[in-house]
Design a protein around this ligand. Structure first.
Ligand SMILES: Nc1ncnc2c1ncn2[C@@H]1O[C@H](COP(=O)(O)OP(=O)(O)OP(=O)(O)O)[C@@H](O)[C@H]1O
Ligand SMILES: [Mg+2]
Length: 481
């Protein structure tokens, strides 16, 4: 879409259903979007529109009854809908972090928050083990790819829905056999590489240890000398140096408690938790809602993620605290160069935060564009409804609630899912699904109103007035800033 920007995550035609006793719930029905590096993409829509399900699919934590019917989620050359759990583990919480609406349920109530912040760092911080694994990673990926190829072939063969890839049983079996034939050599290569890697890591560690021993021996001599002078400050200084050398060697092997503690304090400061050393020892119930959300954010940051998914992170908080958390997320995004997916049911929340907005309705993206396009030039009647249901900037009144209720996703309606509730619906809306019409390079909307033959429908005056007020306010703010 946009050639100048680097795509961090690309979601393509993602389709997710849930098995239930009443039938399949069609939660996400062909969602596609790109998350650009360093941007904040807001996903906005009413309750049940599929926002959480879409983001949970990205991070691989869908409920057990979920089925990804089709689609891809591309991240660093891997399709996240296809990778096995053991691989996902490395991405989840490491490269992609997620924070949720209710910070209390994300925290363990009976564990001191310091421990909760450092826990992951210590578990993930097995440096020597990681080094060892990294040495035969390439060989392992090759085998993994072969397995994935078989998986994909099996899927194509079993569904046989796509004419282009249809194959006979014989063809399928031959292809699988060919791939399987290459696998023993791959396994052999992994094992051979493992032996070399083990030796290499041992040698590297021995060299590091010898280096430390040499420095330590020098320091011990120095210690004896200063002990003779009885200069307490100097003795303390040398002892300090000895401890630092030992810690360095320990850190070579793994993340130590001390190192994790130091980092935790640093990150707690970064997310604006006052008196972090004192708070480190406290329990979640001793914190306010806003502070708890800061802790949850701190936990997500300990892994230095590249992508942060925020699922209604401020919904449970009151308005002033909400604004503080939004500011924090904005600041972290800028300072750390994060790419952020920000999920909310309230368009008003993201006005100041998002670069682009995707509006979801009944499991689909019905409009997307830059924030300016969505706020100042909305084209889908559902986006109009969302804008009018947003709390007013001055009075916090809502103009109107959105009429009607969202459709039952056990039986998604034919045509435009919003037709039932759309005052401007035409006959075709009940029959045929609208495609995404292009308004400009940065703005698309799926409504038949954009068809060249459609009657011209202007945005309701009330909403236009509201947009004008908003625009004026923002102009004022940027002028003063
Ligand atoms: N485990 C599940 N089993 C059955 N249906 C589910 C399951 N999880 C979600 N759904 C359904 O999938 C649809 C989309 O849910 P999702 O949680 O993504 O909505 P949402 O847009 O995040 O809404 P909210 O604003 O309420 O969080 C809903 O109809 C929901 O009932
Ligand atoms: Mg949700």
């Amino acid at each position: 879409m946009n050639k100048n920007k680097k795509v961090e995550i690309s979601v393509q035609d993602l389709t997710v259903s849930f098995r239930t006793t009443q039938g399949m719930v069609r939660a996400v029905r062909g969602v596609s979007f790109d998350l650009y590096k360093g941007e904040t993409l807001a996903i906005v829509g009413e309750s049940g529109s599929g926002k959480s399900v879409s983001s949970r699919a990205i991070i691989g934590i869908l409920a057990g009854n979920a089925v990804i019917d089709k689609g891809h989620i591309w991240y660093e050359g891997q399709d996240l809908t296809k990778i096995p759990e053991e691989e996902f583990h490395k991405i989840r919480g490491n490269k992609i972090g997620m924070i949720f609406q209710d910070p209390l349920s994300a925290l363990n109530p009976i564990m001191r928050i310091g421990k909760q912040i450092t826990e992951g760092m210590i578990i993930n911080g097995k440096r020597m083990k990681n080094r060892y694994k990294s040495l035969y990673h390439a060989e392992k990926m090759e085998l993994l790819n072969a397995k994935l190829q078989i998986q994909e072939l099996t899927r194509l063969y079993e569904t046989n829905e796509d004419e282009a890839t249809q194959m006979s049983k014989e063809e399928y079996q031959t292809k699988v056999k060919e791939i399987k034939a290459t696998m023993p050599a791959m396994r052999k290569a992994i094992n051979a590489k493992r032996i070399v890697a083990r030796k290499q890591v041992k040698e590297e560690y021995a060299a590091e240890k010898a280096k430390t021993a040499e420095i330590l021996s020098g320091l011990y001599t120095e210690l004896k000398a200063v002990q003779a002078t009885q200069d307490k400050a100097k003795i303390k200084d040398v002892k300090h140096k000895i401890e630092a050398e030992r810690e360095k060697l320990r850190r070579y092997v793994k993340v130590t408690r001390k190192e994790a503690y130091e980092r935790a304090i640093q990150i707690m400061t970064e997310v604006g938790i006052p008196e972090p050393k004192k708070r480190f020892k406290m329990y979640p119930f001793q914190f306010s809602g806003g502070m708890r959300q800061r802790i949850v954010i701190a936990i997500a940051l300990t892994a230095d993620p590249e992508v942060l998914i925020c699922d209604e992170p401020t919904t449970a908080l009151d308005v002033t605290i909400q604004a503080q958390i939004l500011d924090l997320i904005k600041k972290l995004k800028e300072q750390r160069g994060l790419s952020v997916i920000f999920i909310t049911h309230d368009l008003g929340v993201v006005a100041n935060v998002s670069d682009r907005v995707a509006v979801m309705y009944a499991g689909k993206i019905v409009e997307y564009g830059t924030s300016d396009e969505i706020f100042y030039n909305p084209r889908h009647p559902y986006t109009w409804a969302l804008l009018s249901s947003m709390p007013d900037l001055n009075s916090s009144d809502r103009l109107t609630a959105i009429q009607g209720t969202p459709p039952n996703m056990l039986f998604p309606p034919k045509g435009d899912a919003f037709a039932e509730r759309n005052p401007y619906a035409m006959e075709i809306d009940f029959k045929e699904e609208p495609p995404l019409f292009k308004i400009n390079d940065n703005h698309y909307a799926a409504t038949w109103l954009l068809h060249p033959d459609a009657p011209k429908v202007e945005i309701p005056e009330l909403i236009q007035n509201r947009i004008n007020v908003m625009e004026a306010k923002v102009k004022e703010m940027t002028k003063n800033a």
